[in-house]
Design a protein around this ligand. Structure first.
Ligand code: HEC
Length: 426
Protein backbone atom coordinates (compact mmCIF):
# COMPACT_ATOMS: atom_id res chain seq x y z
CA UNK A 1 0.00 0.00 0.00
CA UNK A 2 2.85 2.38 0.74
CA UNK A 3 3.93 3.15 -2.82
CA UNK A 4 4.01 6.25 -4.98
CA UNK A 5 1.34 5.05 -7.37
CA UNK A 6 -1.17 4.40 -4.62
CA UNK A 7 -0.70 7.95 -3.33
CA UNK A 8 -0.93 9.54 -6.79
CA UNK A 9 -3.97 7.43 -7.64
CA UNK A 10 -5.82 8.51 -4.51
CA UNK A 11 -5.05 12.15 -5.14
CA UNK A 12 -6.18 11.96 -8.75
CA UNK A 13 -9.46 10.28 -7.78
CA UNK A 14 -10.01 12.89 -5.07
CA UNK A 15 -9.73 15.68 -7.63
CA UNK A 16 -11.98 14.02 -10.18
CA UNK A 17 -14.88 13.09 -7.91
CA UNK A 18 -17.60 15.16 -6.28
CA UNK A 19 -18.78 12.30 -4.08
CA UNK A 20 -18.13 13.57 -0.59
CA UNK A 21 -18.19 10.16 1.11
CA UNK A 22 -15.54 8.94 -1.30
CA UNK A 23 -13.52 12.07 -0.65
CA UNK A 24 -13.68 11.53 3.11
CA UNK A 25 -12.55 7.94 2.53
CA UNK A 26 -9.62 9.05 0.39
CA UNK A 27 -8.58 11.71 2.87
CA UNK A 28 -8.63 9.15 5.66
CA UNK A 29 -6.55 6.74 3.57
CA UNK A 30 -4.02 9.50 2.95
CA UNK A 31 -3.77 10.25 6.69
CA UNK A 32 -2.98 6.60 7.15
CA UNK A 33 -0.40 6.60 4.37
CA UNK A 34 1.42 9.57 5.84
CA UNK A 35 3.30 7.33 8.22
CA UNK A 36 4.89 4.01 7.64
CA UNK A 37 5.49 1.33 10.20
CA UNK A 38 9.06 1.23 11.37
CA UNK A 39 10.64 -1.99 10.16
CA UNK A 40 11.01 -4.75 12.64
CA UNK A 41 14.64 -5.05 13.50
CA UNK A 42 15.92 -7.94 15.55
CA UNK A 43 18.41 -5.64 17.24
CA UNK A 44 15.67 -3.70 18.91
CA UNK A 45 13.31 -6.62 19.28
CA UNK A 46 13.70 -6.32 23.00
CA UNK A 47 12.22 -2.82 22.96
CA UNK A 48 9.46 -3.94 20.71
CA UNK A 49 8.12 -6.76 22.74
CA UNK A 50 8.73 -5.39 26.14
CA UNK A 51 6.91 -2.15 25.73
CA UNK A 52 3.16 -2.06 25.89
CA UNK A 53 1.67 -1.76 22.39
CA UNK A 54 0.75 1.81 21.75
CA UNK A 55 -2.88 1.83 20.80
CA UNK A 56 -3.24 5.50 19.99
CA UNK A 57 -3.24 4.98 16.26
CA UNK A 58 -2.75 2.51 13.44
CA UNK A 59 1.02 2.32 13.88
CA UNK A 60 3.21 1.18 16.73
CA UNK A 61 6.30 3.01 15.59
CA UNK A 62 5.40 5.50 12.86
CA UNK A 63 8.06 7.00 10.65
CA UNK A 64 7.79 9.33 7.65
CA UNK A 65 8.71 8.16 4.14
CA UNK A 66 9.28 9.60 0.62
CA UNK A 67 5.63 10.52 0.05
CA UNK A 68 4.92 12.07 3.43
CA UNK A 69 5.71 15.64 2.41
CA UNK A 70 3.45 15.45 -0.63
CA UNK A 71 0.59 14.02 1.44
CA UNK A 72 1.04 16.77 4.00
CA UNK A 73 0.69 19.51 1.39
CA UNK A 74 -2.33 17.80 -0.11
CA UNK A 75 -4.07 17.57 3.25
CA UNK A 76 -3.25 21.18 4.04
CA UNK A 77 -4.69 22.37 0.74
CA UNK A 78 -7.82 20.27 0.63
CA UNK A 79 -9.33 20.05 4.09
CA UNK A 80 -11.46 23.11 3.46
CA UNK A 81 -13.41 21.51 0.60
CA UNK A 82 -15.41 19.51 3.15
CA UNK A 83 -18.62 20.33 4.96
CA UNK A 84 -18.11 21.53 8.50
CA UNK A 85 -19.08 18.24 10.17
CA UNK A 86 -16.72 16.26 7.94
CA UNK A 87 -13.92 18.70 8.66
CA UNK A 88 -14.40 18.18 12.36
CA UNK A 89 -14.45 14.39 12.00
CA UNK A 90 -11.39 14.46 9.75
CA UNK A 91 -9.45 16.52 12.25
CA UNK A 92 -10.10 13.98 14.95
CA UNK A 93 -9.07 11.22 12.55
CA UNK A 94 -5.93 13.16 11.68
CA UNK A 95 -4.97 13.28 15.30
CA UNK A 96 -5.70 9.57 15.70
CA UNK A 97 -3.25 8.89 12.89
CA UNK A 98 -0.68 10.73 14.93
CA UNK A 99 -0.40 13.62 12.57
CA UNK A 100 -0.11 16.62 14.80
CA UNK A 101 -2.56 19.25 13.53
CA UNK A 102 -0.29 21.88 15.11
CA UNK A 103 2.44 21.02 12.63
CA UNK A 104 0.23 21.37 9.57
CA UNK A 105 -0.85 24.61 8.01
CA UNK A 106 -4.46 23.67 7.71
CA UNK A 107 -6.99 25.78 5.92
CA UNK A 108 -10.25 24.80 7.55
CA UNK A 109 -12.46 27.64 6.35
CA UNK A 110 -14.94 26.76 9.05
CA UNK A 111 -15.53 27.91 12.60
CA UNK A 112 -16.51 24.56 14.09
CA UNK A 113 -13.40 23.02 12.58
CA UNK A 114 -11.27 25.84 13.96
CA UNK A 115 -12.70 25.11 17.38
CA UNK A 116 -11.89 21.43 17.09
CA UNK A 117 -8.47 22.26 15.80
CA UNK A 118 -7.79 24.53 18.74
CA UNK A 119 -8.97 21.86 21.16
CA UNK A 120 -6.85 19.21 19.45
CA UNK A 121 -3.72 21.27 19.39
CA UNK A 122 -2.80 21.63 22.99
CA UNK A 123 0.09 23.95 22.44
CA UNK A 124 0.85 27.28 24.01
CA UNK A 125 0.09 29.22 20.87
CA UNK A 126 -3.53 28.13 21.07
CA UNK A 127 -4.24 29.40 24.53
CA UNK A 128 -6.06 32.43 23.16
CA UNK A 129 -8.16 30.39 20.76
CA UNK A 130 -9.24 27.97 23.46
CA UNK A 131 -9.88 30.77 25.98
CA UNK A 132 -11.88 32.48 23.25
CA UNK A 133 -14.18 29.47 22.99
CA UNK A 134 -14.65 29.47 26.75
CA UNK A 135 -15.71 33.12 26.51
CA UNK A 136 -17.81 32.69 23.37
CA UNK A 137 -21.57 32.62 23.13
CA UNK A 138 -21.58 28.82 22.76
CA UNK A 139 -23.47 26.49 25.07
CA UNK A 140 -22.41 26.27 28.70
CA UNK A 141 -21.15 22.74 28.13
CA UNK A 142 -18.94 23.79 25.22
CA UNK A 143 -17.56 26.63 27.26
CA UNK A 144 -16.84 24.46 30.26
CA UNK A 145 -15.17 21.94 27.92
CA UNK A 146 -12.94 24.63 26.53
CA UNK A 147 -12.11 25.81 30.04
CA UNK A 148 -11.13 22.25 30.96
CA UNK A 149 -9.10 21.98 27.77
CA UNK A 150 -7.06 25.02 28.83
CA UNK A 151 -5.79 23.09 31.82
CA UNK A 152 -4.31 20.49 29.47
CA UNK A 153 -2.11 22.95 27.62
CA UNK A 154 1.41 22.58 28.90
CA UNK A 155 2.33 26.23 29.34
CA UNK A 156 2.69 28.55 32.33
CA UNK A 157 0.64 31.14 30.46
CA UNK A 158 -2.44 29.01 31.04
CA UNK A 159 -2.99 30.33 34.57
CA UNK A 160 -3.50 33.90 33.40
CA UNK A 161 -5.83 32.73 30.65
CA UNK A 162 -7.92 30.78 33.15
CA UNK A 163 -8.23 33.81 35.40
CA UNK A 164 -9.25 35.91 32.41
CA UNK A 165 -12.00 33.47 31.46
CA UNK A 166 -13.41 33.24 34.99
CA UNK A 167 -13.32 36.99 35.35
CA UNK A 168 -15.12 37.35 32.05
CA UNK A 169 -17.79 34.86 33.13
CA UNK A 170 -18.21 36.72 36.39
CA UNK A 171 -18.70 40.03 34.67
CA UNK A 172 -21.02 38.77 31.98
CA UNK A 173 -23.18 35.89 33.16
CA UNK A 174 -22.67 35.18 36.80
CA UNK A 175 -25.71 32.99 37.14
CA UNK A 176 -25.15 30.29 34.50
CA UNK A 177 -25.03 27.31 36.88
CA UNK A 178 -22.38 25.23 35.09
CA UNK A 179 -20.07 28.20 34.87
CA UNK A 180 -20.55 29.14 38.52
CA UNK A 181 -19.86 25.55 39.51
CA UNK A 182 -16.74 25.44 37.37
CA UNK A 183 -15.43 28.63 38.89
CA UNK A 184 -15.91 27.33 42.42
CA UNK A 185 -14.29 24.04 41.49
CA UNK A 186 -11.32 25.93 40.07
CA UNK A 187 -10.87 28.33 42.97
CA UNK A 188 -10.98 25.59 45.56
CA UNK A 189 -8.86 23.07 43.68
CA UNK A 190 -5.70 21.93 45.44
CA UNK A 191 -4.00 21.43 42.05
CA UNK A 192 -2.83 25.01 42.41
CA UNK A 193 0.00 23.94 44.72
CA UNK A 194 1.94 23.41 41.50
CA UNK A 195 1.60 27.03 40.41
CA UNK A 196 2.01 29.06 43.56
CA UNK A 197 5.07 30.81 42.17
CA UNK A 198 3.25 31.73 38.98
CA UNK A 199 0.28 33.06 40.94
CA UNK A 200 2.57 35.16 43.10
CA UNK A 201 4.32 36.52 40.03
CA UNK A 202 0.99 37.45 38.43
CA UNK A 203 -0.52 39.15 41.48
CA UNK A 204 0.80 42.72 41.05
CA UNK A 205 -0.10 42.71 37.36
CA UNK A 206 -3.74 41.75 37.80
CA UNK A 207 -6.93 43.75 38.09
CA UNK A 208 -8.60 43.80 41.52
CA UNK A 209 -11.21 41.21 40.56
CA UNK A 210 -8.56 38.75 39.41
CA UNK A 211 -6.36 39.47 42.42
CA UNK A 212 -9.33 38.51 44.57
CA UNK A 213 -9.50 35.14 42.80
CA UNK A 214 -5.81 34.53 43.34
CA UNK A 215 -6.12 35.37 47.04
CA UNK A 216 -9.06 33.01 47.31
CA UNK A 217 -6.92 30.27 45.78
CA UNK A 218 -3.91 30.97 47.97
CA UNK A 219 -5.87 31.31 51.22
CA UNK A 220 -7.70 28.12 50.47
CA UNK A 221 -4.44 26.25 49.88
CA UNK A 222 -3.07 27.72 53.07
CA UNK A 223 -6.06 26.49 55.08
CA UNK A 224 -6.40 23.20 53.27
CA UNK A 225 -5.97 20.03 55.32
CA UNK A 226 -5.25 18.22 52.03
CA UNK A 227 -2.23 20.35 51.29
CA UNK A 228 -0.95 19.75 54.81
CA UNK A 229 -1.06 16.01 54.09
CA UNK A 230 1.30 16.25 51.12
CA UNK A 231 4.89 15.21 51.55
CA UNK A 232 6.14 18.76 51.03
CA UNK A 233 3.10 20.17 52.84
CA UNK A 234 5.09 22.02 55.49
CA UNK A 235 7.25 23.83 52.95
CA UNK A 236 4.24 24.74 50.83
CA UNK A 237 2.39 26.15 53.84
CA UNK A 238 5.45 28.19 54.79
CA UNK A 239 5.70 29.56 51.27
CA UNK A 240 2.01 30.50 51.33
CA UNK A 241 2.29 32.07 54.75
CA UNK A 242 5.18 34.22 53.55
CA UNK A 243 3.18 35.44 50.54
CA UNK A 244 0.10 36.19 52.62
CA UNK A 245 2.02 37.90 55.44
CA UNK A 246 3.97 40.13 53.13
CA UNK A 247 0.78 41.38 51.49
CA UNK A 248 -1.30 42.07 54.58
CA UNK A 249 -1.85 45.67 53.53
CA UNK A 250 -3.15 44.75 50.06
CA UNK A 251 -6.74 45.84 49.60
CA UNK A 252 -7.72 42.79 47.56
CA UNK A 253 -6.37 40.39 50.20
CA UNK A 254 -8.16 42.21 53.01
CA UNK A 255 -11.46 42.04 51.12
CA UNK A 256 -11.16 38.30 50.47
CA UNK A 257 -10.22 37.63 54.10
CA UNK A 258 -13.23 39.60 55.31
CA UNK A 259 -15.49 37.72 52.95
CA UNK A 260 -14.15 34.39 54.22
CA UNK A 261 -14.76 35.50 57.80
CA UNK A 262 -18.32 36.45 57.02
CA UNK A 263 -18.97 33.15 55.28
CA UNK A 264 -17.62 31.36 58.32
CA UNK A 265 -19.83 33.28 60.69
CA UNK A 266 -22.87 32.98 58.44
CA UNK A 267 -22.40 29.24 57.95
CA UNK A 268 -23.88 28.92 61.43
CA UNK A 269 -26.84 31.11 60.49
CA UNK A 270 -30.23 29.63 59.83
CA UNK A 271 -31.65 29.74 56.33
CA UNK A 272 -34.65 31.68 57.63
CA UNK A 273 -32.33 34.57 58.55
CA UNK A 274 -31.11 34.94 54.99
CA UNK A 275 -32.68 35.91 51.70
CA UNK A 276 -33.04 33.15 49.11
CA UNK A 277 -30.21 34.67 47.07
CA UNK A 278 -27.90 34.92 50.07
CA UNK A 279 -28.71 31.37 51.12
CA UNK A 280 -27.96 30.04 47.65
CA UNK A 281 -24.76 32.00 47.37
CA UNK A 282 -23.52 30.74 50.73
CA UNK A 283 -24.54 27.16 50.22
CA UNK A 284 -22.76 27.07 46.86
CA UNK A 285 -19.54 27.86 48.73
CA UNK A 286 -20.09 25.62 51.73
CA UNK A 287 -19.27 21.95 51.93
CA UNK A 288 -21.45 19.79 54.11
CA UNK A 289 -21.51 16.16 55.03
CA UNK A 290 -23.62 13.84 52.88
CA UNK A 291 -24.11 11.38 55.72
CA UNK A 292 -25.64 14.08 57.90
CA UNK A 293 -27.64 15.16 54.86
CA UNK A 294 -29.26 11.76 54.68
CA UNK A 295 -30.51 12.15 58.27
CA UNK A 296 -31.81 15.60 57.44
CA UNK A 297 -33.64 14.24 54.43
CA UNK A 298 -35.59 12.05 56.84
CA UNK A 299 -35.88 14.62 59.61
CA UNK A 300 -37.17 17.40 57.34
CA UNK A 301 -39.89 15.17 55.96
CA UNK A 302 -38.70 14.90 52.38
CA UNK A 303 -39.41 11.20 52.49
CA UNK A 304 -43.12 11.86 52.87
CA UNK A 305 -43.32 13.01 49.27
CA UNK A 306 -40.21 11.65 47.56
CA UNK A 307 -38.57 8.31 46.97
CA UNK A 308 -34.84 7.81 46.47
CA UNK A 309 -34.94 4.11 45.68
CA UNK A 310 -37.12 2.13 43.34
CA UNK A 311 -38.16 -0.11 46.21
CA UNK A 312 -40.17 2.69 47.79
CA UNK A 313 -43.68 3.61 46.82
CA UNK A 314 -43.48 6.18 44.04
CA UNK A 315 -44.58 9.59 45.30
CA UNK A 316 -43.52 13.04 44.13
CA UNK A 317 -40.59 13.41 41.72
CA UNK A 318 -38.15 10.51 42.10
CA UNK A 319 -34.94 11.85 43.63
CA UNK A 320 -32.81 8.72 43.23
CA UNK A 321 -30.91 10.14 40.26
CA UNK A 322 -30.97 13.89 40.95
CA UNK A 323 -27.22 13.94 41.39
CA UNK A 324 -26.94 13.23 37.69
CA UNK A 325 -29.72 15.42 36.42
CA UNK A 326 -29.50 18.58 38.49
CA UNK A 327 -26.73 20.76 39.76
CA UNK A 328 -26.40 22.15 43.23
CA UNK A 329 -27.94 25.50 42.46
CA UNK A 330 -31.03 23.99 40.90
CA UNK A 331 -31.52 21.67 43.86
CA UNK A 332 -31.11 24.53 46.31
CA UNK A 333 -33.66 26.59 44.40
CA UNK A 334 -36.09 23.67 44.18
CA UNK A 335 -36.09 23.44 47.95
CA UNK A 336 -36.07 27.13 48.85
CA UNK A 337 -38.49 28.18 46.19
CA UNK A 338 -40.36 25.11 44.92
CA UNK A 339 -42.85 27.07 42.88
CA UNK A 340 -40.20 28.73 40.72
CA UNK A 341 -40.12 25.71 38.46
CA UNK A 342 -42.62 22.96 39.03
CA UNK A 343 -41.54 19.51 37.87
CA UNK A 344 -43.38 18.14 34.88
CA UNK A 345 -46.42 16.06 35.88
CA UNK A 346 -46.42 17.25 39.50
CA UNK A 347 -48.58 20.33 39.34
CA UNK A 348 -50.83 20.94 42.28
CA UNK A 349 -54.39 19.80 41.67
CA UNK A 350 -57.52 20.90 43.46
CA UNK A 351 -60.61 18.79 43.60
CA UNK A 352 -64.14 19.82 44.65
CA UNK A 353 -66.43 17.00 45.62
CA UNK A 354 -70.16 16.84 44.96
CA UNK A 355 -70.75 16.67 48.75
CA UNK A 356 -68.91 19.98 49.24
CA UNK A 357 -65.55 18.48 50.28
CA UNK A 358 -62.29 19.99 48.99
CA UNK A 359 -58.89 18.39 48.41
CA UNK A 360 -55.60 19.68 47.23
CA UNK A 361 -52.37 17.89 46.41
CA UNK A 362 -50.51 16.20 43.61
CA UNK A 363 -51.87 13.13 41.91
CA UNK A 364 -49.71 10.06 42.48
CA UNK A 365 -51.96 7.65 40.63
CA UNK A 366 -55.29 7.57 38.87
CA UNK A 367 -56.59 4.07 38.23
CA UNK A 368 -59.95 2.33 37.94
CA UNK A 369 -61.91 5.39 38.89
CA UNK A 370 -59.80 6.13 41.98
CA UNK A 371 -57.63 9.24 42.28
CA UNK A 372 -54.74 9.11 44.75
CA UNK A 373 -53.87 12.54 45.97
CA UNK A 374 -50.97 13.44 48.24
CA UNK A 375 -51.50 16.57 50.31
CA UNK A 376 -49.07 19.24 51.46
CA UNK A 377 -48.60 17.24 54.65
CA UNK A 378 -47.51 14.23 52.63
CA UNK A 379 -50.74 12.43 53.50
CA UNK A 380 -52.43 10.35 50.84
CA UNK A 381 -56.17 10.47 50.18
CA UNK A 382 -58.12 8.23 47.83
CA UNK A 383 -61.01 9.85 46.01
CA UNK A 384 -63.64 8.20 43.86
CA UNK A 385 -63.69 9.92 40.52
CA UNK A 386 -67.46 9.77 40.41
CA UNK A 387 -67.68 11.93 43.56
CA UNK A 388 -65.71 14.73 41.89
CA UNK A 389 -67.68 17.80 40.91
CA UNK A 390 -64.86 19.99 39.60
CA UNK A 391 -61.09 19.85 39.42
CA UNK A 392 -58.20 21.96 38.18
CA UNK A 393 -54.49 22.75 38.60
CA UNK A 394 -52.59 25.51 40.37
CA UNK A 395 -49.32 27.20 39.49
CA UNK A 396 -47.82 26.78 42.94
CA UNK A 397 -46.01 23.64 43.95
CA UNK A 398 -47.52 21.56 46.71
CA UNK A 399 -44.02 21.27 48.15
CA UNK A 400 -43.85 23.71 51.06
CA UNK A 401 -41.20 26.41 50.73
CA UNK A 402 -40.11 26.57 54.36
CA UNK A 403 -38.72 23.05 54.64
CA UNK A 404 -35.13 24.20 55.00
CA UNK A 405 -35.85 27.32 57.02
CA UNK A 406 -34.74 25.89 60.36
CA UNK A 407 -31.49 24.46 58.97
CA UNK A 408 -28.14 26.20 59.25
CA UNK A 409 -26.29 26.94 56.02
CA UNK A 410 -23.95 24.10 56.88
CA UNK A 411 -26.85 21.69 57.38
CA UNK A 412 -28.52 22.80 54.19
CA UNK A 413 -25.20 22.18 52.42
CA UNK A 414 -25.21 18.66 53.86
CA UNK A 415 -28.71 18.04 52.55
CA UNK A 416 -27.58 19.16 49.10
CA UNK A 417 -24.43 17.03 49.32
CA UNK A 418 -26.67 14.07 50.02
CA UNK A 419 -28.99 14.83 47.11
CA UNK A 420 -26.01 15.30 44.81
CA UNK A 421 -24.69 11.92 45.87
CA UNK A 422 -27.87 10.24 44.56
CA UNK A 423 -26.78 9.03 41.17
CA UNK A 424 -28.28 5.63 40.72
CA UNK A 425 -31.64 4.00 40.26
CA UNK A 426 -31.17 1.15 42.70
C1 HEC B 1 -45.66 17.76 50.65
C2 HEC B 1 -44.88 17.00 49.71
C3 HEC B 1 -43.40 17.34 49.56
C4 HEC B 1 -42.45 17.40 50.54
C5 HEC B 1 -42.62 17.24 52.05
C6 HEC B 1 -41.19 17.66 49.87
N1 HEC B 1 -41.39 17.73 48.51
FE1 HEC B 1 -40.01 18.07 47.13
N2 HEC B 1 -41.43 18.15 45.71
C7 HEC B 1 -42.76 17.86 45.89
C8 HEC B 1 -43.47 18.00 44.64
C9 HEC B 1 -44.98 17.79 44.43
C10 HEC B 1 -42.54 18.39 43.70
C11 HEC B 1 -42.82 18.66 42.23
C12 HEC B 1 -43.28 20.05 42.05
C13 HEC B 1 -42.12 20.99 42.09
O1 HEC B 1 -41.24 20.87 41.24
O2 HEC B 1 -42.11 21.83 42.99
C14 HEC B 1 -41.25 18.47 44.40
C15 HEC B 1 -40.06 18.80 43.79
C16 HEC B 1 -38.82 18.67 44.39
C17 HEC B 1 -37.56 18.80 43.71
C18 HEC B 1 -37.39 19.10 42.24
C19 HEC B 1 -37.43 17.81 41.50
C20 HEC B 1 -37.60 17.95 40.03
O3 HEC B 1 -37.62 16.88 39.38
O4 HEC B 1 -37.72 19.07 39.51
C21 HEC B 1 -36.58 18.57 44.63
C22 HEC B 1 -35.08 18.59 44.40
C23 HEC B 1 -37.23 18.32 45.89
N3 HEC B 1 -38.59 18.38 45.70
C24 HEC B 1 -36.54 18.05 47.07
C25 HEC B 1 -37.20 17.95 48.30
C26 HEC B 1 -36.50 17.88 49.55
C27 HEC B 1 -34.98 17.84 49.73
C28 HEC B 1 -37.44 17.83 50.52
C29 HEC B 1 -37.24 17.82 52.01
C30 HEC B 1 -36.58 18.99 52.55
C31 HEC B 1 -38.75 17.85 49.87
N4 HEC B 1 -38.56 17.92 48.51
C32 HEC B 1 -39.97 17.77 50.51
C33 HEC B 1 -43.36 17.52 47.08
C34 HEC B 1 -42.74 17.53 48.30
Amino acid sequence: MHDDRAVDGLMATFSSTKDSDLRVGIMTALFRLYHKEKRWEPKVAKDWWHTRPDDRGPYFAPIVWEQSAKIKTFVEDNLNVFESSSQVALLVELKRNRLNPAELQLKTGDKAADTTLALLEMTGKNINAVAGIAKSKGTQTERVMAFDALAKIPSVAVTKAQLDVLDYWDKNEVSEPLLVQKKIEYLYSTQHVQRIAELERLLPKLEQSQQAMVWTILLNLHNSPLVAQQSNGKAVKAQLKRIIDSNQSEQSLIAVQQNLESIKSKAGKRIAELTVDEAIKLVMQTNGDAKQGQDLYLRQGCIACHATTLKEVPKGPFLGGVGNTFDRRFLAESILNPSASVAQGFQTQWIKLANGGHHEGFVTAELDGVIQLRSIGGVETKINAKDVKERGTRQESIMPSGLAANLTVKEFASLLDYLQSLKGHN
